[in-house]
Design a protein around this ligand. Sequence first.
Ligand code: S3P
Length: 741
Amino acid sequence: MGETVPVFQRVAIIGLGLIGGSLASAIKKHNLAAMVVGADQSQSDLAYALKNRVIDEAAASVAEAVKDADLVVIAVPVRATEAVLRQVKPALGAQALLTDVGSTKASFVNAVRSVFGERLPACIPGHPIAGSEKSGIAAANPELFARHKVILTPPDDVDATQLARLSALWEGCGARVLTMAVEYHDEVLAATSHLPHLIAFSLVDTLAGEDENLDIFRYAAGGFRDFTRIAASDPVMWHDIFLSNQQAVLRVIDHFTHDLDQLRTAIAEQDGATLLRVFSRAKAAREHFSKMLSGQAYVTTNKQKQVTFNVQPGGKMTGDIRVPGDKSMSHRSIMLGALADGITEVNGFLEGEDSLATLQAFRDMGVTIEGPDNGFVRIRGVGIDGLQAPRGPLYLGNSGTAMRLFSGLLAPQAFDSELTGDASLTGRPMGRVADPLRSMGAIIETAEGGRPPLKIKGGQVLEGFHYDMPIASAQVKSCLLLAGLFAKGTTSVTEPAPTRDHTERMLAGFGYPVKRTGATASVVGGGRLAASAIDVPADISSAAFFLVAATIAEGSDLTLRHVGMNPTRVGVINILRLMGANIEVSNEREAGGEPVADLRVTSAKLHGIDIPEAEVPLAIDEFPVLFIAATCAEGKTVLRGAEELRVKESDRIQVMADGLEQLGVHTTVTPDGIEIVGGQTLGGGTVDSHGDHRIAMAFAMAALRAEGAITITDCANVATSFPGFVELAQQTGIHITAEGA
Ligand code: S3P
């Protein structure tokens, strides 16, 4: 790192144990202070520190160390803090900043208050989340904090410059600085650090006291060693921590004891289902530990990462492929499977981030779900009334479908719930579901403008009602039908134009009657669902990219297998055929209540059309790639009546128009659509996908006809709907690579 300007002039470190000593040596190593002075009650430790150049100067007393220091770090055992602060007080300069490194923060703040009274010094408590089961100055290590977190708990009226300096000091030691409130820190640490230490101490002590203890330790395998490593930590320090963070630790011990007791009962009663539920939920949580800590869905790709697609121009599409499972059906299979009586087995489940977020949310509500394993999921249904209160907000990632369907399912539950999502989802309108649900008697709070998070009050009895949907939305329809399962009487929804009917079909597949009269679907509340087997077909929305690609790239011949051909989803095929595409449908059959078929597509010369408005809801997710088809067609293509595109994962009309403009293609944007004159030169360039998976994939296809390379930024969200997209695109003939994936 090699800072040249020290952040502080004179840093006094009071207490040269593992943490104090390591901090002193890190400050010196990275030249973060002009001078590091140490004080310690052990003369031999002090001498050791001086001799080994951990510090520049050894002070004879605390007061001597503190005098003229602009930063004073208290690094003594938590319970010794108050006595040390009394020695600090008389020598502490008016401009000096006081901090500490203890594991509990309320106790430090209280000690400062009780010692300094009204005239509080500038003080920012700190806690490096680093350590070792070793203790003492001999274990001091200047790299101890590198790549570790340091939590600072500044007061509300903190001096921003002081906070920036202290942060810079820790960052200079290689640490990542987080700030949070004192109370929150103590709660979090009680759960994540203090409780595990307590359990490790207690377990080793219990086993060491058993008669066969020698044998127990002799045969102890790696698991025991891993699990109990922290039981070798410093007893004095930990005894201090537990006594100082008493209330938060007691709360988490009670919680743990209660859960442990439940496991004991499950074992005593041979209740395998409970064991399986708890263990599989824990396994998923552990496997996706870091995701869980950062409040993301438990998924395999890292959204924090910036993924960029680089696509070389040209190519033709060939091969015989199956794209991943249908997203809409995957969500619904988990929802209905969870609410059913019995075990539902799903094949072809989409292992994308959106549907995985739904799966995890049901685990969080007490449902045992095994898998997914290569598209196979086994759901142990809890029955229509069997969901349990989740422990915290349900995080639904990027998925509008999940949030809208969940709101219908959760509004009638006995427990409160909160639905959250990523930045894109947080900007999307939820009033369209919250308002009609409120008419049924639900109590739902949204953020400003009807945006997420949704806070749903449990314990409400919903009344069935009739809703004339102002917009053609399958999500709104599904939300209300799902709420209707729990409502009194009949819930009916009339749609202004046909929208996807997977909810109705799947409910029927689970033995729940859904009545259809013209444009109205209705359910009567109070029934039950019977577990079912579900075969999820390949997603036509994912197939759409390849349909367009093979159409626009000369010399292509591509087969797509087992594609879902629900009549409410085939708008993309209808539109492409109107434009002149060659799409052969064969092997038409039914799988799990849904029509499926194989599709063969060969290159064709397209011509522009006025897209029939009736097709819009049937192709609602496919427009980004249809705009690429229109760009490659001869003549003008006009889209109208598609204002819904503006509130998808991005404003798909504007974002597509902007991207095309970057590639040299001019379009005319209207409030509810776009006009694209085909045949313009499609150049190379850089396009921002705005984190919208379908925009990213659409522009990847455009490269087949572009004159230069296309770079597409912000593509990590392709994983929400199409895991393995890049590999499949490469395999079929697109010259694409992904950076940062
Ligand atoms: C979906 C419905 C559509 C679609 C979305 C999935 C569903 O949304 O855009 O990707 O699974 O019900 P709207 O019905 O709100 O248009």
